[in-house]
Design a protein around this ligand. Structure first.
Ligand code: C5P
Length: 238
């Protein structure tokens, strides 16, 4: 198995550049990737991505693009120019949007002589349930919709999906071994679950088919964050 720490994506859910800097200094080389989401990016902008890269670390730009194909393709080019390792978009933006984003990112990376970032699709937000989907005109079980959108993403050439623990098995079965699955909602059995309703342990998530684990509070709120990362690594390796 590859180095377990490479599978850990730390969610930099903070609202200040200096706070982000403190976490990157602390967890540098202890986790595989730092996730920059809407809050931190809206506050600090691309300089936070540069700061992480300058420390020799990788970035997952979690901005979940969703717009007309041309706009998402242009945003994808900019994400590619930032030299992030991963970025994401909403599969609900449709086949054309995903395909165009993929092509634009590939072309930009080629021009710059860098690797194309991995592009992940968000299927159904975990905050949505069957009733919520019905309100926006989508009928049927959430998992059916997740599987449908993951399959569409795969057809559009997208590299993988962000999926909740309960979706990993079905997506892996449907989309094959090469399709990446990035999973939040990870907790060690002894930990509090915060607002995550259904969690898996790091080891369980990897065994079920996840390639990467997004972990925030179990590390951020720990008395000793480095020891918390160590425990996660040990759980994966056990
Ligand atoms: O603190 P915690 O480990 O729950 O953080 C999980 C991270 O993954 C957060 O950044 C959260 O926004 C993100 N996320 C999630 N559930 C999803 C998608 C993303 O918790 N379905």
């Amino acid at each position: 198995m590859s180095d377990p720490k490479e599978k850990i994506i730390f969610a930099l859910d903070v609202d200040h550049f200096s706070e982000a800097q403190r976490w990157v200094r602390l967890l540098k080389d202890k986790v595989g990737i730092f996730k920059v989401g809407k809050q931190l990016f809206t506050h600090s902008g691309p300089k936070v991505v540069d700061m992480i890269l300058q420390k020799g670390q990788k970035v997952f730009l979690d901005l979940k693009f969703h717009d007309i194909p041309n706009t998402v393709a242009r945003a994808g080019e900019e994400a590619t120019k930032l030299n992030v390792t991963m970025f994401n978009l909403h599969a609900l933006g449709g086949f054309e949007m995903m395909k165009k984003a993929m092509e634009a990112s590939r072309a930009t990376a080629k021009d710059l002589g860098i690797s194309k970032p991995l592009i992940l699709a968000v299927t159904v937000l975990t905050s949505m349930d069957e009733a919520g989907l019905k309100e926006v005109g989508i009928q049927g079980p959430v998992l059916d919709e997740v599987e449908r959108l993951a399959t569409l993403a795969l057809k559009a050439g997208i590299d993988g999906v962000v999926a909740s623990p309960k979706e990993i098995g079905a997506i892996r079965k449907r989309c094959g071994e090469k399709f990446l699955i990035v999973t939040p909602g990870i907790r060690l059995p002894s930990e509090k679950k915060d607002d995550q309703k259904r969690t898996l342990s790091p080891k369980e998530a990897i065994q079920t088919g996840a390639n990467y684990l997004v972990i925030g509070r179990p590390i951020k709120d720990a008395k000793d964050p480095i020891a918390a990362v160590q425990k996660i690594v040990e759980d994966i390796s056990s």
